[in-house]
Ligand binder design. Sequence first.
Ligand code: SAH
Ligand code: SF4
Length: 405
Amino acid sequence: MTTSAAAEIETAATFVEKRPLERYVAPAQPSLVGLSRDALAEALGAAGVPDRQRRMRVQQIWQWLYVRGVHDFDAMTTLSKDLRAALAERFTLLRPELAAEQISVDGTRKWLLRLPGETAGAPHEIECVYIPETDRGTLCISSQVGCTLNCSFCHTGTQRLVRNLTAAEIAGQVVLARDRLEDWERAASATGDKRQISNIVVMGMGEPLYNFEAVRDGLNTVADGDGLSISKRRITLSTSGVAPNIARVGAEIGVMLAVSLHAVTDELRDALVSLNRKYPLRELLDACRHYPGLSNARRITFEYVMLKGVNDSLADARALIRLLKGIPAKINLIPFNPWPGSKYECSDWEQIEKFSEVIFDAGYASPVRTPRGRDILAACGQLKSASEKLSARERLALRAMAMTD
Ligand code: SAH
Ligand code: SF4
């Protein structure tokens, strides 16, 4: 891309870190769903459960919440009637509420979730997406209502940040998805291998590393082997590049890492991901290089959104390979998904193929499955009339984000 083209985009992408406009205000009767063990123990203390009993009670309730997925305190039959009544008086078992659902012809489901709690204005809403594939099912969850940052190609970035999600709201998305997909029994079966949700990606709304503690606690609840039990190797957290927190992801969460790279020069990345002005490429890639536990079997995924005439030349592809040299990496090409008012176009399919070939020839697995992509683009016309369905482009972008190898 030419310098003037970068300069043109740059004018609209100054770096802003938005401040949350609202804080989480718990409802008078909060839900236990999504709470960590520590938070549950605290809640039980508030309900009058004596100290010496708390560990055992937490363990019992943990099973009901995260192995059985119960909706009613009365179903918790290992607890005394009195304790069930005391809990029901103070707490609920509410999940985030499903406000709208879009289902695509291939089974991809996009959910709009309304969060319980007091708000100054409209209720807080987030998106959550389920992407089924033959060998896995991926749930894409959100970490914030809106986003702290303002990447110039991202629709979420145009929203004012409303607030950070709590740890319980982060894990609660997985609980709600298990309900909706009727996945509790399958997940609890001996091997759990028939379960619908096998993988999680933190790639919905928000920048997870600007809400670090809640994301950490929420994901640790999701990964707990006595509960929701999604292995950390099957959870991927995507960041736009909050370099100083990358080491903490390794030390305190231990999930797989994805980095939204999108550009191979600081000049262009400043324009696309304005956070680059704070943590430039060198600092970001250094943090990646030091991510613990990297090996050829355990790679960082670098996401690269394909923007026509902006970052999609074959010279960019070659520079990308040079840049990632020495880092065990996968490269995920994401077709740009346009939104009302967006100033970019998605690269032509032929260009994505050529770009992908350069990457493939350098020894990386083919990052976009060409035949599937073609199929979906071909289905574009059929989908247009059904406005409540996901668009073909949107599905393609979502599939790429599901990180299919
Ligand atoms: N904030 C985090 C995670 C959420 S975004 C991050 O930026 O990594 C998940 C991925 O979708 C990111 O790689 C992001 O750059 C990409 N993305 C955002 N808007 C997009 C769009 N309109 N089309 C395609 N991908 C997009
Ligand atoms: Fe936020 Fe990620 Fe969108 Fe950037 S791409 S605005 S970090 S959600």
